[in-house]
Design a protein around this ligand. Structure first.
Ligand code: ING
Length: 310
């Protein structure tokens, strides 16, 4: 019997520095109502869904950026999301900046079940960009300044009758992300992203090339681990800085089955059959049958490149 999960990818358009969390949550609730009307079981929002993509702004004192972070979850501003989702019986996932009671800063996403309980947390492992102001860049990308690398690894959870995992934005560019979840049997990976339309170091790089790399990473991750992938953008022009859209849903054979058309608030809805992951896991990507881990040692023993001796 098919295990159908109807997923709503809830892309958000631009969030300006001046926009309050309350204004953003109202937009998220509108998308949730649309998802409900279209029969969705699960709604997925972007990375850092509650605020503008603040890592583009340099602050000499890191504590000046703490107002972008949530000290508790649900927070007062997000509680309406949890209450409405539970009222709808809809599961949800969204990303936010997490400031822990111990004072640690993470780029985090959560998995919330149909009752409104947080059942999973992921903290972004692969932080792109840099920690200090770099004048040569057309725009800053200071995730290494404001966040620590995630300390939870790449967990998966029994969720909605299947095996679900999360990652965030730049994680999609590192195949280890998908493979570690694949080795745990993942059937659906969700990720939010905020990806600048322009390359800060290579002026003139076409946005189309950046979107190609974005889709290439997601389609490869889905295909090579026989899993669904739901990728949801924060898009649009934020205080003059463009982020591309291209929210997509990828099936376990790597095909794009749904794609956003705008850079605004936009909902993609697709009925995902988790049983569609079985054939790939049993045949082409039957890891137990085909992988040869005795040859893979460098992947975890070596961080950077060491060239062979001449
Ligand atoms: N954003 C970008 C991403 O990986 C980036 C950063 C863009 C890195 C392009 C390298 C090239 O999609 C986030 N938030 O990770």
């Amino acid at each position: 019997m098919a295990r159908i999960v109807t997923v709503a990818a809830a892309q958000l358009g631009a969030i300006q520095k001046a926009d309050s969390r309350q204004v953003v949550v109202a937009r998220m609730l509108d998308l949730m109502a649309e998802a409900k009307s279209k029969g969705a079981d699960f709604i997925v929002y972007p990375e850092l869904a509650l605020t503008t993509f603040f890592p583009r702004w340099y602050a000499e004192d890191r504590a000046e950026a703490d107002h972008w972070f949530e000290r508790e979850m649900p927070s007062a501003a997000t509680r309406p999301l949890f209450e409405r989702a539970a009222q709808y019986g809809m599961a949800m996932s969204f990303g936010y900046a997490e400031l822990t009671p111990e004072g640690r800063h993470f780029n985090t996403s959560i998995l919330v079940d149909r009752s409104g309980a947080i059942v999973g947390k992921y903290r972004k492992v692969h932080l792109p960009g840099h920690a200090e102001f770099e004048a040569q860049r057309a725009h800053q990308h200071l995730e290494k300044r404001y966040f620590e690398p995630g300390d939870l690894g790449f967990p998966v959870w029994h969720f909605l009758g299947g095996i679900f995992g999360m990652c965030i934005c730049n994680d999609r560019r590192w195949p280890e992300t998908f493979r570690v979840m694949g080795l745990q049997g993942v059937e659906m990976v969700t990720l939010g992203f905020n990806t600048p339309s322009a390359n800060a170091l290579v002026s003139g790089e076409p946005t189309a090339k950046r979107i190609f790399h974005h889709k290439l990473s997601l389609q490869a991750g889905g295909y090579q681990n026989s899993t669904w992938v739901v990728a949801v953008a924060k898009a649009g022009v934020e205080d003059g800085h463009p982020l591309f859209g291209c929210s997509i849903i990828v099936d376990p054979e790597g095909e794009v089955v749904a794609e956003s058309r705008t850079e605004d608030d936009e909902l993609l809805v697709h009925a995902c059959d988790l049983d569609a992951t079985h054939f790939g896991k049993q045949e082409m990507f039957n890891f137990a049958k085909h992988r040869r881990i005795e040859h893979y040692g460098l992947i975890t023993s070596r961080t950077g490149v060491i060239l062979p001796s001449e």
